[in-house]
Unconditional design. Sequence first.
Length: 462
Amino acid sequence: MSTVNGGISFWYAQEGAPAPREPLPGDTTADVCVVGGGYTGLWTAYYLKKAVPFLNITVLEAKFCGYGASGRNGGWLYNGIAGRDRYASLHGHEAAVRLQQAMNATVTEVLDVCATEKIDADQHRGGVLEVALSPAQLARLKAFHAAEAAFGETDRELYGARETAERVRVAGAVGSSWTPHGARLHPVKLVQGLADAVEALGVTIHESTPVTEIRPKHAITPYGTVRAPYVLRCTEGFTASLAGQRRTWLPMNSSMIATEPLTEAQWESVGWNGRETLGDMAHAYMYAQRTADGRIALGGRGVPYRFGSKTDNDGRTQPQTIEALREILIRFFPQLAGVRIDHAWSGVLGVPRDWCATVTLDRSTGLGWAGGYVGSGVATANLAARTLRDLIQQDSGQSGPTDLTALPWVNHKVRKWEPEPLRWLGVQTMYAAFRGADRREAAGRSAETDRVAVLANRLSGR
């Protein structure tokens, strides 16, 4: 059996593509128009409709709900948020602590909504285990662990080599850090369950309806225009396809593989009984989960960026990327050298120029947006959606400021990415530097982070 490449993602190979909803039938009006039918857009529609049931909310989706990152990601529901350190430098440590605490609570919020709405997304709260495989990685791991504790995560645990192996037997792991604020889930089951819940509340979803341009009070499509006092851009890695947005967020590629189901003997050799999500401290890091049907789904960057902010059509990824991900799998678990790779796919995530996730509502135009999650969107999208809800209710006079509207990522402004070919050259150079640094660190004995990686991080704004 050969590896299936593309087909959107392995998660859709399991669930099958959904029956299409009707496209926009023509010009119409709404109280709120949400552009994008992924996690951010659907959560926003969900919370707005729950807060104000009489609102007329329309969601416009170019393909079908969950076609983008929401249906292709690694299924990490966890408390990481892009840009926390920068927000601490801009707004103070305590402001960043409040943002982190909100993210910690968001993991529980998503699981609670799944229970309330009876969404079975194969969710399992096993936490997040991040491992170190070299002296340099171990030094970064200890610094990372201390930083998380400084931001209030006092329930995080630091492990040595033996304790790490008791959780997951990663070859060569010299230490790890574990947080309880994480869960594994099936991304497509979550997005499809959420779309059904949103429709059941009375929200209108139009699929196969690409928005070509967003203007104040207008979302323009080939089928007609939706006019609404609030138009919310929830398009994450596909933002560059909108008129005037090509340099707003960079669509960064991430690729994944899924193995065949492992045997009981293979799982016995691997461990992983807690079903933690699994990551590492490499510069070009990996992420993985033990799926509900007994596979390993593992991802990493692959070819990081397509010239001109282009995105793929069906999730196909390059053969060399599949092989590189397989090499990571076997490096972590040499005993699985003969395992079959059943599926490979890719998708894009949104990266702002300063690598900071943001939520914004422009009160002068009614335009809002959320995203730039830099790969941490499964949970962050939920917090962003609740924040957009509060911003709209505040703007419309239905409520005052809330704890969420006071978080430091609200209305954060960032400059655009450089024009081509500088954008392409910069990203390719950065990830070449990271991969080279990872190779040197793995081969060396120094606890110092590779100087090239340090320089690449500074130059990129990462």
